[in-house]
Design a protein around this ligand. Sequence first.
Ligand code: ASP
Length: 429
Amino acid sequence: MNLTAKVIIGMAIGIAVGLTINLMGLNAEGSLINEYVVNGLFHVIGKMFVNALKMLVVPLVLFSLICGVCGIGDIKLLGRIGTKAFGLYMLTTTIAIATAIAIAGSIGIGKGMNATTTSEFSGKDAPALSQVIIDIIPTNPINAMSQGEMLSIIFFAILLGISILMVGKKARPIIDLAELLNEVMMKMVNIIMALAPYAVFCLIAKAMANLGMDLLGQLIGYVLVLIGILLFHLFVTLQIVLKIFSGLSPKIFLKKIRNAQVFAFSTSSSNATIPITLRTVTERMGVGNSVASFTVPFGATINMDGTAIMQGVATVFIANLYNIDLGVAGYLTVIMMSVFASIGTAGVPGVGLIMLSMVFAQVGLPMEGIGLILGVDRLLDMVRTAVNVSGDAVVSTIVAKSEGNLDIAIFNDPDAGTLNTTDVKPLPS
Ligand code: ASP
């Protein structure tokens, strides 16, 4: 059995076990199961795994991006790839939120419903766009790496790559070293992925055990409409975009992206999923490293289609609930704000709500509305992160194809890059 199958089985069993614990009330505060299993075993293993993934992100992005830039070897080309990726990321996010507002608005979600606020939400400030732009340039690259500031790391790595290229022949050993280190990091991804089925089980079981089922019932309309639009974006919109811009088969794409989606779903973090997304698009889909090393971490930071959809639906929902008419201008502001907000906030769990508070503040919707949807956000965060990561992969594939940097044979080979547990056995000496 290959790893993807095992991971999916781990996820399914995790859902079943977690829901059972929740429905039987075994997750009650102070109960043994809650203390030692859910918040003990599941929590520890899950967290260790997420830590392991995060551990890979910075060195992997750094080395693969240096290799990527040196592999492209041309600064103009680099600019073109960056422009294309940025344009496509903004395009998909705009389509995502526009669809969300249109569908949620025409359904009239939240009208005549009387849900009660259960939790407090104090709006946190998202960084101002000007500051985000300034911060792209790190004052201290080591600091940026230690804080995992993706845009700064990308900037530094690209500049480093360009400088290495400019030094020329003498710098060849550095390129060789970066390539070797990149290969070593990829092996590390394989090792950690081999443990994924168990870790994914723990992550999902814990999340499901903690999910507030009562609240889910109360907000079922919101949850269903949101998940429906997320799936529509994933299976229809993104696939149309893929087909139009690259001509590649959405069916193959959807099959190969599954692994990255499961990781995104169980970690709720596009950033933590970067190692898997990178591995999936390069080794499973044939995207060249010089494109993927740039587009994947860039996308994890600035591209959030799923999050934008959540914001669109949440805005319509809360506006209807409080009988506030935002009007066309209001909704256009929402679209613009959430596209900008997605650039300024990183792909980590729960960041969508911070962005949402920014949008609410802008159009004057009551902050306590966010408290209302807070209880179901954990589950929705998982789903939308899977959509976010799929968007990153779609754009990476399109850009690579348009640059002649995609290996069609790998893309079409169903078995390319599948991981078997034997892959992590050490080589015989
Ligand atoms: N968790 C999401 C991500 O990492 C962001 C969010 O919507 O909260 O992509």
